[in-house]
Design a protein around this ligand. Structure first.
Ligand code: DER
Length: 233
């Protein structure tokens, strides 16, 4: 099975938990894309009715519009029944790294407001520690981003941190849906207590939000070569 086939299997399994009448958080990324496609398919065939989608990015908003999924936002629906989204990393405690696609702020807003948060991954996303496979993204304001980046790097010096402004193909700073920048943190070693790390990052005035989703996932669906595993918090 290819990685994308595994992503699709995890996504379809998650959509089995969707019930008619739900307000749904629609995730962002190549795995969540399959879930959004599947929800639209079930709506089209009348298998699901009366669904309202809350998209976690402009990209997912566009996908859902093109598929005819009715959409709204957190202002109109401050409580979400179920959110389905991918992740870049899942640790043994079901803590997540998200945001390598640049959508962490809206994802975290919506997934903090949901009753049930199902994470869908292929087995390559399972890690022993945060940062094992790549960046832990931090959304920062553009004003004096270098100051913020240097403060972040210094804060995690003990873990061999390298902080890098995310840039687009043209070398310009990547700009999020919220008109902010992303500083990617690369940790050579375990950063230790994640809650302490999270609080330290959020204390920096130039930081908007970071990509560690701690104690937020209620269920993680993992699709692997040997089958699908469902991990509950
Ligand atoms: O950017 C994000 O948070 C995405 O959900 C990411 O974490 C997963 O993207 P993928 O499904 O394309 O790997």
């Amino acid at each position: 099975l290819t990685q994308d086939e595994l992503k699709k299997i995890a996504a379809y399994k998650a959509v089995e938990f969707v019930q008619s009448g739900m307000v749904l958080g629609l995730g962002t990324g190549s795995t969540a894309k399959h879930a959004v496609d599947r929800i639209a398919e079930l709506l089209r065939h009348g298998k699901l009715t009366n669904i309202v989608g809350i998209p976690t990015s402009k990209k997912t908003h566009q996908q859902a519009v093109s598929l005819g999924i009715p959409l709204s936002d957190l202002d109109s629906h401050p409580v979400v029944d179920l959110a389905i989204d991918g992740a870049d990393e899942v640790d043994p405690d079901l803590n997540l790294v998200k945001g390598r696609g640049g959508s962490l702020l809206r994802e975290k807003m919506i997934e903090s407001a949901t009753k049930k948060f199902i994470v869908i991954v292929d087995e390559t996303k399972l890690v022993s520690r945060v940062g094992a496979t790549g960046a832990m993204p931090v959304e920062v304001v553009p004003f004096c981003w270098k100051f913020t980046q240097d403060r972040l790097q210094g804060m995690f010096g003990y873990a061999g941190c390298a902080a890098k402004l995310r840039r687009d193909a043209g070398g310009e700073p990547f700009v999020t849906d919220n008109k902010n920048y992303i500083v990617d943190l690369f940790f050579e070693k375990d950063i230790g207590d994640l809650k302490v790390a999270s609080d330290a990052i959020l204390r920096l005035a130039g930081v908007v939000e970071h990509g560690m989703f701690l104690d937020m996932a209620t269920t993680v669906i993992v699709a692997g070569e040997l089958g699908v595993t469902i991990k509950n918090k």
